[in-house]
Structures are given as C-alpha cells and as structure tokens.
Design a protein around this ligand. Structure first.
Ligand code: PGA
Length: 244
C-alpha cells in the first residue's frame, strides 16, 4: 500500500515537519510505503541525505525546465533536493489555471529529471448522464495519452474527485463508486499502455481519507493521496495505525 502524504500549506513549522517525518519513519515499512510531499523548503530540509525507507515528492513542479522563472521550482531541482516523485495535475493547481497542456510538459520534465509523476485526475461534480466520465478520460488522454509510449511510464495515477477533497470521511466516495472508477481508469490506461503494464500501474484514491474510512477503501485501491489527515501528527499516526 502506497501512502502519499500531501502537506499542502498546512505545515509551516519546522518542528512539526520533523515530527511528521519521524511518524512516517516509525510507521512506514514493507506493507506501507510512504511518500511525503512537504512544501518545497521542507522537502529540501528533510530529504537531503535521507537514508530512510521514506521517499519524497514535490507538491508541484514548474513547466519550465530551466531559466528566468522567478519563484518556480524545476523538476531537476526537486530531484537534486531528494525528491523521487512529483504530484502533477492536483485540482488545487488546476484551479489556479494549470491546463492539461501544462501538466503534459511537467510530466515530460519530471521524466527527464528522474521523477515519477503522480498524476491527479478527478471530476468537479457528478452528473447522471455520465459526462464526468468523459472529463476524466480527457484528463488522461491529454496527458499520459499525449506522451510518447516510452515516456508514459513510470507513472502513478491518483483519482481525486474534487467534490470529496478537504472534507471529512462521511463526504468521501463510497466503496462501490470507487471500485467502478478504478476499473474505468485502468481501462483507459490500457488504451495507452500494454495491458500487462496498465494492470501494474498504481492507482491511488484521494479526497477526505481519514482513519475512519482508510481501511474500508484500502480494499479497492493501491494506495492513497492524503491531504489534511496526513499533515498533523496525531491524525497521521491514527491514519497509519488504521492500516496496520
Ligand atoms: P484531503 O486532500 O485528504 O484533505 O481531502 C486530498 C488531496 O487534495 O490530495
């Protein structure tokens, strides 16, 4: 089981960042592989010289590989700081104007730098006619599908319905709906990757994952992209305990 812990901008205290890292080191292991995605300065602080089983991810990456782009963090810089993954296409970044085209460029740069992209996809709302399904299809088609076959892996996909993000366990997706979505996403992936490869791509779920619902949902997915509940020591500990 893969747990990607997206601290967003919740963690602004150095000590808290170190404490969260300690929790991850204590709880991570064979069955629970943990990837921490701290704000960029904390990533640099924690991941440099990291010899633990914990891996690190950038929360976002610049579409620019290099050059005069004030405030941007390139894929190469993330790698140099110790990241081996990067979250791309998070809905909170898409809301700020990132397009599938930007995400495609970020994925290309990530790959060149040696980072595995964690591609977030998910609908804003559900409609009875199933338009949301074609929305997710387009998100995959215009990113993974637009890469050359060689560039498509490695990749991790995180299904994060926007309507479920940042709330509480009762607002998360139900088990049946999640099962259907995972099958649907895997089917789309198999249009761009050899079937065997598509079957091995990790598909994560994100959106109001808490200690209360993580073990039920874990039967359906390869892991989770967790925000709020992973950005505070006691809820992160409870969350990981619920899995073990
Ligand atoms: P949440 O966020 O766990 O706080 O809902 C998930 C995410 O946005 O990745």
């Amino acid at each position: 089981m893969l747990i990607v812990s997206n601290w967003k901008a919740y963690v602004s205290d150095t000590k808290e960042a170190k404490r969260l890292f300690e929790v991850a080191k204590k709880k991570g292991g064979k069955n629970i592989q943990i990837v921490l995605a701290p704000p960029a300065p904390f990533l640099g602080m924690l991941a440099q010289g990291n010899r633990s089983k914990i891996s690190f991810a950038g929360q976002a990456v610049s579409p620019h590989a290099h050059g005069a782009h004030t405030g941007e963090v390139s894929a190469e810089t993330l790698y140099a700081c110790g990241a081996r993954y990067v979250i791309v296409g998070h809905s909170e970044r898409r809301k700020e104007g990132e397009t599938n085209q930007d995400i495609l460029t970020q994925m290309k740069n990530a790959r060149i730098a040696g980072l595995t992209p964690i591609l977030c996809v998910g609908e804003t709302e559900r409609d009875e006619e199933g338009v949301y399904l074609s929305f997710i299809r387009a998100q995959i088609q215009e990113t993974i599908g637009a890469l050359s076959p060689k560039e498509r892996i490695p990749v991790i996909v995180a299904y994060e319905p926007v309507w479920a993000i940042g709330k509480s366990a009762k607002d998360a997706i139900g088990v049946e709906d999640l099962t259907q979505m995972i099958l649907y996403i895997r089917k789309i992936l198999s249009e761009y990757l050899p079937r065997k490869t598509a079957d091995t791509i990790s598909i994560l779920y994100g959106g109001s994952v808490e200690a209360e619902n993580i073990s039920t949902l874990s039967l359906r997915v390869d892991g989770f992209l967790v925000g709020r509940a992973s950005a505070e020591v006691s809820s992160f500990t409870k969350l990981l305990n619920a899995l073990s």
